[in-house]
Write a protein that binds this ligand. Structure first.
Ligand code: SF4
Length: 332
């Protein structure tokens, strides 16, 4: 987590995302023509400062992972622009994009699925060193792999073993070491602890915080509930059906949410103090079909505070107080 910067020291954001849209075509009929689209990401904009952690939270299918993958160009966005250190990625040639993508890495939810079971851990971590020619000799390669293993809390001897010999938490550490091999500046952490036991989750989050302090890393930390990102995030963006519905400094969002969806997610976060009672807001139904999202405010069929206006008028994400934005008519 970073300390807030004074206005005098403010610099351009490391990452700027503007009006990002991703529609996945649905093909059907005899000739496999496009018959409709899944609106996975629907006009997402945000900025991320160097050294900052932005938590991105929402239910499954809200577009948070697709947003991360579009930023990394693992998925080509339908429209919208992404700037990294002031350079617009869509305007770059292949070589420029390749060099820039080295600075942005991803950590996956299921480290086992993303680790090649036939490769040793040393080869998995060192693969990027070879691809990007980052080691000038076999001994330098080995030194760097050993250093990366130590950095994430693993033993140098682990480089000769295979992924199946490790626990889930250790595999996530291998995934983190692999991401760090190319000295990135931005890590997109795509639900990195969702598949882990709670005690192991804390260890991995602590490791990520230590690495951020040591290397000045910037994180986009994706999770499906607010409790996971509470302590690691400087700011939190809440997504619903492809859109950001609220984005705010973490402390503000957790104490005074400005969107009913954030309120509902927050009501499910356990409070460690047993004397403090929080009323659980149970949302009716599931996230609606992203092929035909509801009219007006996408959240209106499930919102306990919806009015007639919400069914016809789309609320705009706008500033509700300095540094905070929300998309809800209740803030008008
Ligand atoms: Fe609920 Fe209406 Fe606000 Fe949407 S705009 S969150 S439906 S109150």
């Amino acid at each position: 987590m970073t300390m807030s910067t004074s206005p005098q020291t403010e610099v351009a954001p490391l990452l700027r995302v503007e009006n990002l849209v991703k529609k996945f075509p649905i093909k059907g009929g005899l000739f496999g023509r496009i018959v409709d689209h899944v609106h996975a990401v629907d006009g997402v904009s945000f900025e991320l400062n160097a050294g900052e952690t932005l938590g991105v939270v929402g239910e499954s299918g809200c577009g948070k992972s697709t947003t991360g993958r579009c930023v990394l160009r693992l998925i080509e966005p339908t429209s919208g622009k992404v700037w990294f250190e002031g350079q617009e990625m869509g305007a770059m040639d292949r070589e420029g994009l390749r060099a820039l993508c080295r600075q942005m890495q991803i950590i996956f939810q299921d480290p086992y699925a993303s680790l090649n079971p036939r490769m040793t851990v040393g080869s998995i971590i060192g693969e990027a060193l070879t691809i990007h020619k980052l080691a000038s000799s076999p001994s330098e390669y080995d030194d760097r792999v050993v250093h990366l293993l130590r950095t994430v809390g693993l033993h140098p001897d682990h480089r000769r073993r295979y992924p199946h010999e490790f626990s889930g938490g250790q595999r996530q550490r291998i995934g983190i070491a692999r991401a760090l091999a190319v000295s990135p500046r931005l890590l997109i952490c795509d639900e990195p602890v969702s598949a882990l036991d709670v005690s192991i989750q804390a260890q991995v989050i602590n490791l990520l915080e230590d690495l951020q302090a040591e290397f000045g890393l910037t994180y986009m930390f994706i999770a499906h509930d607010l409790s996971v990102v509470e302590h690691i995030s400087d700011r939190v963006a809440v997504m619903y059906l492809g859109r950001i519905v609220e984005i705010a400094p973490a402390r503000d969002l957790y104490t005074t949410p400005k969107h009913p969806y954030t309120e509902a997610l927050l009501s499910a976060v356990p409070i460690p103090d047993p004397t403090v009672k929080r009323q659980r807001i149970v949302l009716q139904g599931d996230v609606p079909n992203p092929i035909q999202p509801p009219s007006g405010c996408h959240f209106h069929p499930r919102c306990p505070r919806a009015s007639e206006r919400c069914k016809v008028e789309t609320p705009v994400l706008r500033e509700v107080s300095p540094g905070r934005q929300a998309a809800c008519h209740l803030n008008d």
